[in-house]
Ligand binder design. Structure first.
Ligand code: KG4
Ligand code: ZN
Length: 326
């Protein structure tokens, strides 16, 4: 059974093809270069780029999989949440194709797809339930109690910004480019001094699983302004130090919340998902604590599957519609 999957929820036009649960081809056209000019995503611009790119990406992925549209048996597409103008491009193309080819159309939830990215190139039994899953990205930041494959309960979410958004905004404040996460991560890894905890950690209440990053973001802004006022500019060392202190504070907040939830719900595994799960310091810290506490730990097998991609849409589409093993 061949499945064609579309993901256009934000700024990546991504299309994948699965044979059962095997990913046989994926092509992604990123819009980073275009959004770098505006230092962030402008929804209408993103939608226009999706519309311009989607048929070219489709052609490339079919070629790579060595298949024609007539060989496709079903189509999956991200329906929500995301930027509406961007989502609509993928949905219109996917639905029109499904209708024309007279094959099933499978609507996909973006956050559930991020969670299912952990099944790509893994066995069905690799995720043990119950689990706590931290879905942390640019557009969302939640904690889920993942009870069984298709049963999940949201136990916490951000009250303002997501961690990914905070990474992007802090990078913008220091004029480092977009997306901020990988840039901040790299600069932070170059900082050699110890963690000084110069920024506040907000909402650290054991029984509250919600997040808040806007206070941290403002504190970073104040620190940058203060250093510029003192020295008229930010030195490279200032930038690396602020990147490191900010990243470590975010990692501390996310892991604190995650492990309090893990203890409360008596779970067996910890799972990371979403763009920020590509962050090395976050992965390493959570893996280490999970090991000490006796939980199994999973994050997407490749960083490509942490970020927005059509493979996660496809694997969820296959699990939803094909109950038999590979
Ligand atoms: O999942 P994703 O591709 O799109 C959304 O659903 O939002 O996540 C993108 C977010 C951006 O905010 C980006 O800065 C962040 O993930 N990100 C990272 C890293 N790579 C991407 N954040 C921290 N460290 C990274 N290595
Ligand atoms: Zn996403």
């Amino acid at each position: 059974m061949y499945l064609l999957a579309f993901e256009t929820s934000c700024d990546d036009t991504s299309i994948a093809i699965f044979r059962n649960r095997e990913l046989i081809a994926m092509k992604t056209r990123s819009q980073i270069r275009e959004h770098n000019e505006t230092k962030g995503v402008v929804p209408e611009v993103a939608a226009r780029l999706h519309a311009n790119n989607i048929f070219g990406v489709l052609e490339e992925v079919l070629k790579e999989a060595n298949i024609t549209l007539n060989g496709i048996n079903k189509i999956a597409c991200t329906e929500s949440p995301g930027l509406m103008p961007s989502l609509l491009v993928g949905i219109s193309v996917a639905k029109t194709l499904a209708k024309t080819l007279k094959i099933p159309y499978i609507p996909i939830d973006h956050i559930e797809a991020h969670m299912f990215a952990n099944y790509i190139d893994r066995e069905t039994t690799d995720i043990t339930f119950p689990s706590i899953c931290l879905t942390v990205s640019g557009g969302h930041n939640e904690l889920y109690l993942w009870k069984s494959m298709f049963e999940r309960e949201k136990i916490g979410e951000t009250l303002d910004d997501s961690a990914g958004e905070a990474f992007d905004k802090v990078a913008k404040m220091m004029e480092l480019g977009y997306p901020g996460g990988p840039i901040i991560g790299k600069l932070a890894s170059e900082h050699t001094s110890k963690f000084q905890s110069i920024f506040p950690k907000v909402l650290l209440d054991k029984n509250n699983h919600n997040f808040s990053f806007s206070g941290l973001k403002s504190a970073v802004k104040r620190e940058i302004d203060k250093r510029i006022l003192d020295n008229t500019f930010l030195s490279e060392q200032d930038i690396r130090e602020i990147a490191f202190e900010f990243e470590q504070t975010v990692v501390n907040i996310l892991s604190y919340k995650l492990f309090h939830a893990a203890e409360k719900y008596n779970i067996s595994s910890i799972v990371l998902a979403g763009g920020v799960s590509a962050n090395d310091r976050l992965r390493e810290t959570i893996e280490q604590i999970a090991k000490e506490k006796g939980y199994s730990f999973l994050a997407p097998i490749s960083k490509v599957y942490s970020q927005d991609n059509a493979a996660m849409v496809g694997i969820l589409g296959q699990y939803k519609t094909q109950k038999i093993p590979n």
